[in-house]
Design a protein around this ligand. Structure first.
Ligand SMILES: NC(=O)c1ccc[n+]([C@@H]2O[C@H](COP(=O)([O-])OP(=O)(O)OC[C@H]3O[C@@H](n4cnc5c(N)ncnc54)[C@H](OP(=O)(O)O)[C@@H]3O)[C@@H](O)[C@H]2O)c1
Length: 340
């Protein structure tokens, strides 16, 4: 006996990856429903070698469904997640709506799987922001060994993090640069993204940081340890898929770069590719479509007492969203629902 699973946002970047990953990992599915807005009613989406027809979330009855993986943005989530949760269907949500609610667990299964049992507070589980998810997978095993005091991170985030409209904007603007008769003004992004980088993701906060930067601070504390200090600069770059991060970590205790490399080699969800030669590191184009978070450029930072620098790359639509949500679904199945 398997699960009755709903994927909400099945026509979007993350929803399509959720369907791919559920099929790839042979999640025990008895029945699956693909939902989106009324605009997409009848649109066909792939689930392994099957084709699903998208249904309208507004008229869907969640009663009798075990779990719903949501990737529909905060506004629509506010309307439909409580409906699903009240009908007894556990929601695993990708939006930021519930991440900071102390009663709702925010889970990266490699870091805080024990939080799964708090799902019953509201029948909702939150998935972190893409830039946080890949970073905490790398931080957690190092924190367990040498206790992290402070993290300084700069991100290089792909346009797929802004949904399918973000990908279209990069594609159309890139073509328009070679065809000066067409003009594609910024819409999803604040400035031209083709051949450019933009040091703003999400809205500005009162202190001058952006909401994306704030999310990395708050979510790292909730997932790993409230005592960890994080300062972030989040930058959008003209890459289609794959977020990169330059991470500087200061520890309570000394941690040698070779030991850090060994710890990360053994850590779940991580692949270390770290050769000190030209090209001996991972770039975003190589991580697209992969499950792992790739770590390269591990080296001592001798400007602080106990410092390590590293380079962290992952497919934002996978570990940053869909894969993590499916891993949460697997954890929920294994630890709580126990079917399949
Ligand atoms: N992309 C990432 O790296 C990433 C990472 C972490 C979290 N997330 C979060 O995941 C969610 C989806 O992101 P995405 O990148 O997949 O966006 P996307 O490509 O723009 O897709 C949005 C999806 O939501 C559906 N939707 C929009 N409004 C809806 C409504 N009122 N009712 C029902 N369905 C609605 C869309 O359906 P239609 O096709 O019918 O419009 C589409 O399936 C967002 O909350 C985002 O913040 C994304």
């Amino acid at each position: 006996m398997g699960y009755r699973v709903v994927v909400a946002g099945a026509t979007g970047n993350v929803g399509r990856e959720m369907l791919n990953i559920l099929a790839e990992r042979q999640f025990p599915v008895d029945e699956i429903a693909a939902l989106a807005s009324r605009r997409s009613l009848g649109t066909e989406v792939s689930f392994g070698d099957k084709t699903l027809t998208t249904q309208d979330i507004d008229t869907f009855d969640f009663t009798g469904w075990d779990m719903a993986l949501f990737a529909i943005g905060s506004d629509a989530t506010k309307v439909y997640a409580p409906k699903a949760a009240e009908a007894g269907c556990v929601v695993i949500d990708n939006s930021s709506l519930y991440r900071y609610d102390p009663e709702i667990p925010l889970i990266v299964p490699e870091c805080n799987p024990q939080a799964i049992h708090d799902y019953k507070n509201k029948n909702i589980i939150a998935n972190p922001n893409c830039s946080t998810a890949q970073m905490v997978v790398a931080l957690k095993p190092l924190h367990d060994r040498a206790k992290i005091k402070r993290v300084v991170v700069s991100t290089y985030q792909s346009v797929s993090g802004a949904g399918k409209d973000g990908m279209d904007e990069l594609w159309d603007q890139t073509k328009a640069v070679y065809n000066p008769t067409t003009d594609v003004p910024p819409n999803k992004f604040q400035k031209q993204i083709a051949f450019n980088v933009i040091p703003q993701i999400d809205v500005f906060m009162e202190d001058g940081s952006t909401k994306e930067e704030w999310k990395m601070v708050v979510e790292t504390k909730k997932i790993i340890d409230p005592s960890i200090k994080v300062t972030a600069t989040c930058v959008r770059v003209p890459v289609f898929v794959g977020h990169s991060e330059a991470v500087n970590i200061e520890f309570e205790e000394f941690l040698d770069e070779d030991e850090a490399r060994d710890i990360l080699r053994e850590a779940p969800g991580i692949m270390v590719i770290d050769k000190r030669e030209p090209g001996g590191y991972v770039s975003p184009i190589e991580c697209a479509g992969d499950f792992a978070t790739f770590i390269s450029r591990i080296r001592q930072d001798s400007t602080v007492e106990n410092g390590i620098n590293l380079w962290c790359v992952s497919d934002n639509l996978r570990k940053g969203a869909a894969l993590n949500a499916v891993q949460i679904a697997e954890l929920l199945g294994r630890e709580v629902l126990k079917k399949g």
